[in-house]
Design a protein around this ligand. Structure first.
Ligand code: ZN
Length: 655
């Protein structure tokens, strides 16, 4: 493990708190130390309060901040003396503890302090660094774990047996640390959990952290338990199976979920092992992982059976509060299957990504521990306690109302610009995971976020459409909303002059492609947990055609008719199809300034007048169409299908 500290970089961080920021970020840069909000750090600084008194303050990582990107405001300032007094209490419930942490901060707008704050407070060192380092956890999660840790660190580390995070852990650590620590102590190892190092300076504490974790890595290398061989595996995509699986899991969860098939070779290879049932079902690597991944991976695709066992297990744990029971969500968060490989499940695409990342590290930990003599994780009871921990439940409750399309998947054609891009934005804003397809290669990099997938796709090519739907299912698990927007607007041409070739080209892009999208998306739309929705972007020309655009007008009219027929055919399957007829949307690529000026001149109008050439005298934007398209997928239009709605500022020929 590389020590990333450089004095040159450190010079940019002047104060004690700034140096805390610097070395916290260094820890955060290494995913084998800290993953997605895991790990926490602190520094103790004496400050003058308003009364002029010196007061020692613990600056500890606040929730909602990741070490890799933390800044000074990410550290919650808590009165240290109060924390030390709390640590002496016989008992303190976890919700009470959180209340004490929050009410003893010196800045009301600081984030909620880490639940490990009291533990940080009790360690009598200025800087404290804590991580759930893979290498350390690998060694502690073996049958001989404690012995091995003693062998590696000797007098340099105090070792604490596993206990669930929270007040009891803080209290136990304070007691045992005081009893066991000597002037040689540089670290504290929590079995099945992680490592704490400390020091007088940010550098000393960080250096020790890297040194101690490197010692664990070195030990694994010596025992030939470091390099794990993975075989390349290629799995055949099985869309129908994934669509059904997502439906089953969404029903079990009570809300739509994202189901991501992993492309990670390590995870795919792991899913093919003969001993999968044994090694994957022994428990997560650290309690921190339970919070994010929930229990163990489901094996195979039988969701009903998984839920049955989960509920049975739940019932036998009578100690749970009523509150916890009412929040039961028995859906799995990950799945291993020899045909599908590894599947990550989440309320959002981001959650699914976190599950995938964490399990990738878990696989390293399991396989290395197996080589070392056998992986041995937390017991069932410990996992269960973590999963239904009061604090975690409180977090869930606090979540508030999620955006309308959370857990749902939308596909937008022609998503790179204009109305299509505006639809992508509107659907992302409403919480959907969005797949955008376009012939423009810029589509791939339109956004870099877990809930966006941009696919280059020529809609004139049937196979490319089939592939796009397939990738959507593979990446997010299904398809709930389809926005058919892609289209071309050819140069003006009268019927008498129109070539068959030009006519066919327009029909292929504006009409045929949409039939293929509809047909290929049908199975997924049928299985949409909240019902499938299709929005077609038609045109004013359907209702009020003009001369010179026969191919365009006819293609949009036929598309509209396809929507009406689909509404009849698919209504029984809870799929709604509606059509929008926009007009005069000028903030798109085809309307350059020159074109606008020429058109306005034709009408003897200024550009501004020309843009508002409608009954409401209003200017229309792509986002107006997109907002309506997104709304038509939502609750407001839940009982509307087969409808056509103009978005044109009012047109006397349409009205
Ligand atoms: Zn921890």
């Amino acid at each position: 493990m590389q020590n990333l500290w450089t004095d040159k970089e450190a010079q940019n961080y002047k104060t004690e708190l700034e140096l805390r920021v610097y070395s916290s970020r260094l820890l955060g840069r290494d995913p084998s130390l800290v993953l997605h909000g895991g790990g926490n750090t602190s520094v103790k600084i004496t400050k003058k309060n308003l009364l002029g008194q010196d007061e020692p303050i613990l600056y500890v990582k606040g929730s909602g901040w990741d070490l890799v990107s933390i800044d000074a405001p990410g550290f919650a300032p808590v009165r240290l003396n109060h924390l030390l007094e709390l640590a002496r209490l016989e008992q303190l419930s976890d919700p009470q503890m959180v209340n004490e942490l929050k009410t003893h901060m010196t800045n009301a707008s600081a984030p909620t302090p880490s639940v490990e704050a009291i533990l940080h407070a009790t360690l009598p060192f200025k800087y404290v660094d804590h991580s759930h380092a893979d290498a350390v956890v690998t060694i502690t999660n073996t049958a001989e774990g404690k012995k091995r840790i003693e062998e590696i660190y000797g007098e340099r580390a105090v070792i604490i047996d596993y206990i669930m995070p929270g007040f009891d852990l803080a209290r136990l650590c304070a007691k045992q640390f005081a009893e066991q620590a000597t002037d040689k102590t540089e670290a504290m190892i929590l079995l099945n959990h992680g490592i704490f190092t400390f020091g007088d300076t940010a550098k000393q504490s960080y250096d020790r952290h890297i040194e101690f974790v490197s010692m664990a890595e070195h030990y694994l290398q010596q025992q030939n338990a470091w390099d794990i061989k993975y075989t390349e595996v290629s799995l055949v995509s099985d869309s129908a199976n994934i669509i059904q699986l997502r439906k089953d899991i969404s029903v079990a969860a009570g809300f739509p979920v994202i189901v991501k098939t992993s492309d990670n070779q390590k995870l795919k290879s792991f899913s093919q092992r003969d001993d999968l049932a044994r090694i994957s079902q022994q428990g997560p690597a650290t309690p921190d992982h339970v919070i994010r991944t929930k229990q163990l991976p489901m094996l195979g695709t039988d969701v009903t059976n998984y839920v049955k066992n989960y509920k049975k297990y739940f019932k036998t744990n009578a100690a749970l509060s009523k509150d916890s029971k009412s929040m039961l969500d028995p859906a799995p968060r990950m799945l291993l299957d020899n045909k599908l490989g590894f599947i990550a499940i989440g309320k959002t695409a981001k959650d699914a990504n976190i599950v995938e990342d964490i399990y990738e590290h878990t696989v390293d930990i399991i396989l290395r521990a197996e080589t070392l003599g056998g992986y041995k994780a937390l017991g069932d009871k410990d996992i269960f306690d973590m999963e239904y921990w009061d604090l975690e439940q409180a977090k869930l409750k606090k979540g508030g109302s999620a955006p309308e399309f959370t857990g749902e998947i939308a596909l937008v054609t022609g998503g790179a610009s204009g109305i299509g891009k505006a639809c992508v934005d509107a659907l992302l804003a409403k919480g959907a995971a969005v797949v955008a397809v376009d012939i423009n290669p810029a589509i791939s990099d339109l956004y870099n976020r877990p809930d966006y997938l941009g696919l280059v796709c020529d809609v004139a090519d049937e196979q490319q459409i089939i592939n796009a739907i397939d990738q959507t299912i593979h990446h997010f698990g299904g398809l709930d909303m389809l926005v058919l927007n892609a289209g071309m607007f050819p140069l003006s041409c009268k019927i008498a002059e129109l070539s068959t070739e030009d006519w066919r080209k327009v029909m292929q892009v504006n009409l045929d492609s949409n039939l293929i999208f509809m047909r290929e998306a049908h199975t997924a739309l049928q299985h949409a947990p909240n019902g499938g929705r299709v929005v077609m972007i038609g045109s004013k020309n359907v209702l009020a055609p003009g001369p010179g655009a026969i191919a365009y007008s006819a293609s949009k009219a036929a598309l509209t008719q396809m929507g009406r027929v689909a509404a009849l055919e698919w209504g029984g399957e809870n799929i709604r199809i509606n059509t929008l007829h926009p007009d005069a949307i000028f903030d798109t690529a085809i309307w350059t300034d020159e074109v606008l000026q020429a058109r306005a001149k034709n009408y003897n109008m200024s550009v501004e007048e020309y843009k508002r050439k409608n009954i409401l005298k209003t200017e229309l934007k792509s986002s107006d169409v997109a907002d309506l398209a997104a709304a038509m997928c939502g609750k407001l239009f839940a009982k509307t299908t087969g409808a056509q709605l103009p978005v044109d500022g009012g047109n006397d020929r349409v009205i």
